[in-house]
Design a protein around this ligand. Structure first.
Ligand SMILES: [Zn+2]
Length: 473
């Protein structure tokens, strides 16, 4: 007991030292200062009366719109054509005259969307998107500070703090081994990374060993693969640890996932909603009643037939990133469908509006020859890696015999060698499943229960459902 207390005490001291000493030094004086400034603001603003806080957000919105209208060619043209004056904006409703920013527009008008003054300093990223249409985009270093601050606060609702021992059961996007700098950074932050896309028996044993070694204070994971890992732990009775809070990302948390994660890691399970374009948009608090929006960093609208959706009504997510002046994204239609919660205050006391749920953020799970899971989201992960537009659209289908077909529409920057590099990595994750690639000029969208599907796993009709494991062959 004594030794245990001493270790816990040592952990607390390290976390405090990390926050006050190591992090500031390691993270670079300027970026750290900005991130910490925003973090300190966000710590206060979450408790403010919404009316008070929204005045500040309206100021940020008008400032972004004014900047974009003056400096960024696409918006200069758009505002002029629609006679839109940012100075007249009094609420989000005033943005309704502006058309939505679609992926197609971003692709076609990319250069006109980047602020010339930020072109040299912007950070460049890519996303596979939830609809199988990869996209590249940029954001300013100032926006990165906001993104980091918002993430730390949102994760903080689950108990996370920089320097606490964090176990990332996460998809590794990069194919390269982590550099010395990254490894050192992770060691200082006391972060352990395990690739959650590998779900074979050997990988699970390795993940379990890493988890036991790390003795984490908190787990950050891809929802479905962690729920599958949790099931494996529960079925074999491997749990020998106290409760560990779990922060779920990348995919929606369904009731079954939550139940399984609770059995493996305890009752503190937190859903988050983010994307590569705008990072953390919403996160669950300790009241577990939906996800609070990061309203200080972004304006999120839920639209149904062009008007604001009612609470509980499913609608398209439209985001305006308030602090990205490097490539302003104003009313960006991100492809997700979500439902707002009602306006009644959350039991936690925070004034931030909430999302009730985000629909359809699930990729089907494929099965390998041994019956082990192959997370379908791996296709999204690997296509996110590309900074070039290698593919314009993709769809992966596993038929009942287990064969996987990846359908692809070539992108603007398609190159044989780069594409083969990515598809070579798929073969690694598919572990010997027959895999072929088909090139198409266009791919028919696949809908199931009204939701667009990028990963499709064909199942036997119910009458054949009790057939033996041959279905995996
Ligand atoms: Zn709350």
């Amino acid at each position: 007991m004594h030794a245990w207390n001493a270790r816990k005490y040592g952990d607390q001291v390290y976390a405090a030292m990390f926050e006050r000493v190591l992090w500031p030094v390691w993270d670079g004086a300027i970026r750290r200062r900005e991130t910490r400034k925003h973090l300190s603001y966000l710590g206060r603003s979450q408790w403010l009366e919404p009316e008070l806080r929204r005045k500040e957000e309206l100021r940020a919105l008008i400032s972004l719109l004014s900047y974009a209208g003056e400096r960024v060619p696409y918006y200069r043209e758009l505002f002029r054509a629609s006679r839109f004056d940012p100075r007249g904006v009094r609420s989000a409703a005033d943005l309704e005259v502006l058309p939505l920013l679609t992926r197609e527009i971003i692709r076609e008008r990319y250069d006109d969307l980047v602020d010339p003054a930020h072109r040299a300093t912007n950070l460049k990223k890519g996303t596979s998107g939830s609809t199988g249409n990869p996209l590249k985009f940029e954001y300013s270093p100032e926006s990165e500070c906001w993104r980091q601050a918002v993430k730390i606060r949102g994760y903080g609702w689950a108990g996370y703090r920089p320097g606490k021992k964090t176990f990332y059961y996460w998809a590794s996007v990069s194919s390269a081994e982590p550099t010395l700098k990254i490894r050192l950074d992770r060691a200082l932050r006391r972060e352990t990374f395990v690739d959650s896309m590998r779900q074979d028996e050997a990988a699970r044993w390795a993940a379990l060993a890493a988890l036991r070694r790390a003795k984490p204070d908190i787990i950050v994971c891809y929802t479905q693969s962690c729920a599958q890992f949790a099931r494996w732990i529960v079925e074999r009775g491997f749990r020998d640890w106290d409760d560990i809070p779990v922060i779920c990302g990348a995919e929606a948390v369904l009731l079954g996932d939550r139940a399984m994660l609770e059995r493996a890691f305890g009752p503190h399970i937190f859903e988050t909603y983010g994307s590569r374009e705008t990072m953390l948009m919403a996160a669950e608090c300790e009241a577990h009643a939906g996800m609070h929006l990061s309203e200080e960093n972004l304006l999120l609208e839920v639209l149904k037939d062009g008007r604001g959706a009612l609470p509980g009504e499913a609608g398209d997510v439209v985001v305006t990133d308030l602090h990205n002046y490097g490539m302003p994204m104003i009313r960006y239609l991100n492809g997700d469908v979500a439902r707002r919660a009602g306006d009644e205050p959350c039991a936690c006391g925070r004034g931030l509006a909430r999302l009730e749920q985000v629909d359809g953020r699930r990729a089907d799970t494929m099965i390998d020859r041994e019956g082990n899971a192959v997370p379908g989201i791996v296709f999204h992960v690997l296509f996110s890696d590309a900074r070039r537009e290698l593919v314009r659209q993709f769809q992966a289908v596993q038929n009942v015999r287990g064969e996987v077909t990846l359908k692809v529409v070539r992108g603007r920057d398609f190159a044989e060698d780069a594409f083969e590099h990515v598809t070579g990595r798929f073969s690694h994750y598919l572990r010997g499943l027959p895999f072929r690639i088909e090139f198409h000029d266009a791919i028919e969208p696949h809908h199931r229960s009204g939701k667009l599907q990028t990963i499709i796993v064909e199942r036997n009709p119910p009458s054949a459902a009790c057939a033996p494991a041959e279905t995996a062959r």
